[in-house]
Write a protein that binds this ligand. Structure first.
Ligand code: CO
Length: 356
């Protein structure tokens, strides 16, 4: 896998044309054009499947129930590359969509599914002339199987892993998940934590509130659990961890967390220093859709810990990828270049020459 440093050929803004680093989108999703009938093979609760409904159009179903309409950029590499050219994106990191995780299945089934989608992701990157990179998925309900599949996927060409922010009632501070994150650091794998299986779904059945309210809360919960449990004290600093959607509600509510930590013993968790001490242990993407929110995020996390991430090609993703970062007047050009690509290259563990 090579990182392409070449500039996209058209529709580039002046800052892109002079930028020394490629523009990298670290948060985008794919679905293969087709996949095996897991329901027929394994049975059990309804499995995700894809039904093509017209040229470039498909529906993801859970059993017979529609889950999400999707379009050709999910599976068609030339369409995706054309969109990247239009939007001035040099390199895009693709990862599966959480509906494919299978964390609630028997581990042998989840491993089979993970291997299938991991291999499918590499088929897409192989057709991208170096402009797509992939994060694998693992059966996170089983630490040994997860470690083995991560190692297999990294050897095959993946750059890291995307994990859900929890497994059932287990948060990221679970000893098994901490062991897996250790293994990610040992393998040099970038880790993207994506919210999924949102809390209180029964109270948010409509209006996509599970996505607009539940997902940010899930991500905040994951970060807070990892901090207060002392999880970061048990993990190596070499671990390259990123949380999607700007870290959800975390940055905006860090003050509340700090206040609780200082004023209530029961809120102190297992750490001797306040939660803000751990801000240099993880990164977030910039998918916050609002200049004021981006400004707060950069102030809280530091410009070196924010990376362009679009959630492409979904409607809840950034429609003009990078527009928010490119147009943010409060960013220095150094900070902007880092957020648009330099930070991502470091997160991916790209060779230094890739940024030249
Ligand atoms: Co996403």
């Amino acid at each position: 896998m090579q990182i392409s440093g070449k500039a996209a050929p058209c529709d580039m803004t002046p800052s892109d044309q002079t930028a020394a680093t490629p523009t990298v989108d670290i948060h985008s999703h794919f679905f293969p054009e087709d996949w095996p009938d897991f329901g027929a093979r394994f049975g059990g609760a309804p499995w995700p499947r894809i039904a093509h409904t017209g040229p470039g159009q498909a529906m993801i179903l859970l059993g017979e129930k529609p889950f999400r309409p999707i379009q050709a950029p999910c599976w068609d590499v030339p369409t995706r590359l054309a969109d990247m050219d239009t939007q001035g994106i040099d390199l895009q990191v693709i990862s599966a969509t959480p509906v494919l995780f299978a964390y609630d299945r028997p581990v042998d089934q989840a491993l089979y599914v993970a291997q299938h989608f991991n291999d499918a992701a590499l088929e897409m990157t192989a057709r991208s002339e170096g402009r797509l990179a992939a994060l694998c998925q693992v059966p996170l309900q089983d630490v040994d199987a997860s470690c083995r599949e991560l190692s297999r996927a990294m050897r095959a060409g993946h750059r890291g892993v995307q994990i859900g922010n929890h497994v059932g009632l287990t948060n990221l501070d679970d000893p098994g998940i901490i062991t897996f994150l250790h293994h990610c650091a040992d393998e040099g794998a970038a880790v993207l934590v994506h919210p999924w299986d949102m809390m209180a779904r029964e109270r948010m059945p409509k209006y996509m509130m599970a996505w607009t309210v539940g997902m940010p809360a899930e991500t905040q919960l994951a970060i807070v659990a990892l901090i207060l449990s002392g999880g970061f004290d048990r993990l190596p600093r070499s671990l390259r961890l990123c949380f999607a959607h700007g870290g959800g509600s975390f940055a905006f509510l860090l003050g509340r967390l700090e206040n609780a930590w200082h004023n209530r013993d029961v809120a102190r968790g297992e750490i001797d220093r306040p939660p803000s001490h751990y801000l240099d242990r993880f990164s977030v993407d910039a998918a916050v859709f609002d200049p004021g929110a981006l400004r707060l995020l950069v102030e809280v996390m530091g410009p070196e810990r924010v990376m362009l991430g679009s959630d492409y090609p979904f409607p809840l993703g950034e429609q003009r990828i990078g527009g928010l970062v490119r147009e943010a007047k409060f960013l220095s050009e150094t900070a902007r270049a880092g957020i648009l690509g330099g930070n991502a290259l470091a997160w991916l563990g790209a060779p230094a020459t890739a940024a030249a």
